[in-house]
Design a protein around this ligand. Structure first.
Ligand SMILES: *Cc1c(COP(=O)(O)O)cnc(C)c1O
Length: 380
């Protein structure tokens, strides 16, 4: 059965209902062949010649992600960074770019070093304020507006529809890092985005055992063809086994993400007025500065990511992270297990992360257990 017209949870669980015609297998085979037979008359009628361009193990995962995002095409990459950097490398030296001040640490570093040395002119703005994006774009010169929402690690939410309008009026594309938003909660293409990027390493796979990235396009245009050429020619391709695992992970996306959201909401509500907590940063809280725009453009939850500022500064925050037993002290996010991290120590002196802040990735454990563990770590 074609599951394209069912609810996304049905399409996810059955990976669009695909079965292997040769074996009737319900789960797709893993293809490891690097090369494919050429027809006797010198054609490649299967459309596949060499694995760097034509990996059959990508087909279902790309089709399913494209379905989730309502795109015109999806591409897997070797990592989230490979997917993101491909978008910037598809621009030309001298092109102007608007990017957020609050964004994934690794990508901001790359933009400030390599991308800048390579000739992109990048302005970093407060992307929680659509007017700031509007002031930064230069009609005719700005080729890309890049946003991340909710954004690592203070969970700034950007109004995607407003950003799309501003970008398009200036003749630029809008790309959205929707890693934390996930297709379950946020639909950037429906709101006007041209490109959606995912660190598939995080929620899409969801089990902390795959490194992968993805791009989805709203239109199959020349820019998308250029991105395809970049993946093919620069070789930033996903491994076959990673693609296979990613498809398996995505089958439970519509169960895992709502569960993580419910846990994050309960944790945020519980600690919002805690005597040892300075502030809880989470767009799901009614008092959060981004609650209204998040409620408008996210549906079904506000994400599984939140941050907690601990009273007593850096020493107190690091001590809390040291005392947790159920939460895992580790970087990354979006897995079924809950992770806690003191970002300021990871990022060093130039970090915009407040020194008293812990970043939490809520997993799918029991909310009461997660709250009790943080309570004991806070010494409550
Ligand atoms: C992890 C992450 C990335 C980078 O993804 P990798 O797969 O680690 O390269 C980019 N953006 C966000 C929001 C992330 O969390």
């Amino acid at each position: 059965m074609d599951l394209k017209h069912t609810q996304p949870a049905s399409a996810a669980a059955q990976a669009l209902g695909w079965i292997d015609e040769a074996t009737r297998a319900v789960s797709p085979p893993l293809h490891n062949s690097t090369t494919f037979i050429r027809d006797e008359d010198n054609q490649y009628r299967t459309g596949r010649a060499y694995i760097r361009a034509d990996n059959p193990s990508y087909d279902q995962a790309e089709a399913l992600l494209n379905h989730f995002e309502h795109g015109a095409g999806a591409m897997l990459f070797s990592s989230g960074m490979a997917a993101a950097t491909a978008v910037f490398m598809a621009l030309k030296p001298g092109d102007h770019v608007v990017a957020p001040q609050v964004m994934y640490w690794g990508l901001r570093n790359w933009l400030k070093t390599f991308a800048t040395e390579w000739g992109l002119k990048i302005d970093f703005v407060d992307a929680g304020d659509s007017a700031a994006i509007a002031r930064a774009v230069q009609p005719g010169k700005t080729k890309l507006v890049w946003i991340e929402t909710p954004a690592n690690q203070t969970w700034v939410v950007t109004d995607i529809a407003a950003a799309a309008q501003v970008a398009h009026a200036a003749g630029a594309r809008l790309a959205v890092d929707s890693t934390v938003g996930t297709p379950v909660l946020t639909q950037p293409i429906a709101l006007g985005a041209d490109i959606v990027m995912h660190a598939a390493t995080k929620y899409l796979n969801g089990h902390s055992d795959v490194l992968a990235g993805a791009l989805v396009t709203a239109t199959d245009d020349d820019f998308w063809k250029r991105l395809k050429a970049i993946r093919h020619d620069m070789g930033a391709v996903c491994g076959s086994f990673e693609a296979w695992l990613l498809l398996r992970g995505m089958r439970t996306l519509y169960v895992r993400v709502p569960a993580a959201c419910r846990n994050a909401e309960k944790i945020a509500a519980h600690f919002a007025k805690h005597p040892r907590v300075e502030a809880v940063l989470y767009p799901g809280l009614a008092g959060d500065p981004f609650h209204a725009v998040a409620a408008q453009q996210m549906s079904g939850g506000f994400g599984g990511m939140l941050s907690i500022r601990v009273k007593g500064g850096e020493t107190a925050a690091v001590a809390v992270a040291a005392k947790v037993k159920l939460w895992k002290r580790a970087t990354s996010l979006g897995g079924v297990e809950s992770l806690i991290e003191h970002r300021a120590s990871v990022e060093g002196a130039s970090s915009p992360a407040p020194a008293d802040m812990l970043r939490l990735s809520a997993g799918i454990e029991d909310a009461g257990d997660l709250i009790a563990d943080l309570e004991q770590a806070l010494g409550g």
